[in-house]
Design a protein around this ligand. Structure first.
Ligand SMILES: [Zn+2]
Length: 44
């Protein structure tokens, strides 16, 4: 899930899986679809 966050008076979109920040929501969504970081919810 992409998380909207504000930093330095700018809105960023963060990949919840790996923490990468994007300045464009579309880029963030696209990245997340390809993100191979493990989802913490799968770790038990
Ligand atoms: Zn990611």
């Amino acid at each position: 899930m992409v998380v909207k966050t504000e930093r330095d008076d700018m809105t960023w979109y963060k990949c919840e899986k790996c923490g990468l920040l994007f300045d464009d929501q579309g880029d963030a969504s696209q990245h997340e679809g390809n993100c191979d970081a493990e989802d913490p919810s799968y770790i038990q």
